[in-house]
Write a protein that binds this ligand. Structure first.
Ligand SMILES: Nc1ncnc2c1ncn2[C@@H]1O[C@H](COP(=O)(O)OP(=O)(O)OP(=O)(O)O)[C@@H](O)[C@H]1O
Ligand SMILES: [Mg+2]
Length: 271
């Protein structure tokens, strides 16, 4: 059910990322269906929606990991497919939902991989790269574990490592797919705060609606591959919308000064 037109803000020259009429099908089945969006510099956009609604597929299209069956993705005024891998990685970093590697690297080496797009014969590894890696390890609280092999890390530690690697890439645009998966509550909040403080442009698929309300400037709601609605959290999160999209009952409490909202879930048997 579409409660509101899925309006995307007018595409502007200043947009960091734009998608126009993006579609992705598997064996004729539409997984992402006619999605258009535009992300302004410094904006933190959250993608929410039920399981299977197309969030990961959309992020993979935006990251260039999937090729759209129709439509296009424009990064800083240039179509994504015109970028070399290196130039794309200098501008955009991706933190995937389930990122694994079999490589036996220490945590520090894994974060150092984030510097790869910036290295060349003329610009070899330098103290500056070391300082960036050190700073990112400290930011995600992994400095004490930096010499451990990263495959021995817990789920949450691995997730923080992926984020440090993505930040070490020093991208302008950060795409994240459920970045707070596996994290304890302190690290969930500190990670989203960290990303917000870095003043990057961020597009993140999030399951925690209260975190989306706390940190996002704008929310895009996905359902069955389509965008149902886009807007600021306090416009998107209403009791009626949450019922329609997630089939839950929740009271949305609004801050008196209009500074935000908080979602209080109701037990199904509560009146
Ligand atoms: N390669 C594929 N082949 C067939 N179906 C696929 C493929 N990739 C995704 N799908 C289907 O597309 C739908 C959207 O998947 P996607 O992973 O994008 O959802 P999601 O919103 O990220 O879900 P979740 O909240 O569980 O992470 C799902 O029904 C999924 O099974
Ligand atoms: Mg997903």
């Amino acid at each position: 059910m579409t409660l509101n037109p899925a309006r995307s803000p007018a595409a502007t020259d200043a947009a960091v990322l734009q998608a126009q009429g993006l579609c992705w099908q598997v064996k004729g089945k539409p997984i992402v269906n006619d999605v258009s969006l535009s992300v302004a510099p410094g904006e933190f956009v959250g993608i929410i929606g039920p399981n299977g609604s197309g969030k990961t597929s959309l992020i993979s299209l935006l990251a260039g990991l999937l090729k759209p069956t129709a439509g296009s993705v424009i990064l800083q005024k240039k179509a994504l497919h015109h970028y070399s891998r290196r130039h794309l990685a200098q501008r955009m970093a991706l933190v995937e939902q389930q990122a694994e590697t079999s490589e036996r690297l220490t945590a520090r080496q894994a974060v150092s991989l984030g510097r790869t797009p910036w290295l060349s014969l003329l610009t070899p590894w330098s103290e500056k790269d070391d300082a960036i890696v050190q700073s990112m390890l400290e930011k995600v609280d992994l400095q004490p574990l930096q010499h451990r092999c990263w495959h021995t890390f817990s789920g949450g530690e691995k997730q923080r490592l992926h984020i440090a690697r993505a930040l070490a890439q020093q991208p302008q645009l950060l795409l994240m797919d459920e970045p707070t998966n596996h994290l304890d509550i302190q690290h969930q909040i500190s990670l989203l705060s960290l990303v917000k403080r870095e003043k990057l442009t961020v597009v993140a698929a999030l399951h925690d609606l209260n975190h989306a309300a706390m940190f996002c400037d704008r929310i895009i709601v996905m359902k069955a591959g389509r965008t149902e609605m886009q807007g600021p959290p306090d416009a998107v999160f209403t009791r009626e919308n949450l019922r329609a999209w997630f089939d839950i009952d929740a009271i949305v409490e609004r801050e008196p000064d209009g500074a935000g909202c908080f979602i209080r879930y109701q037990r199904p048997d509560e009146p």
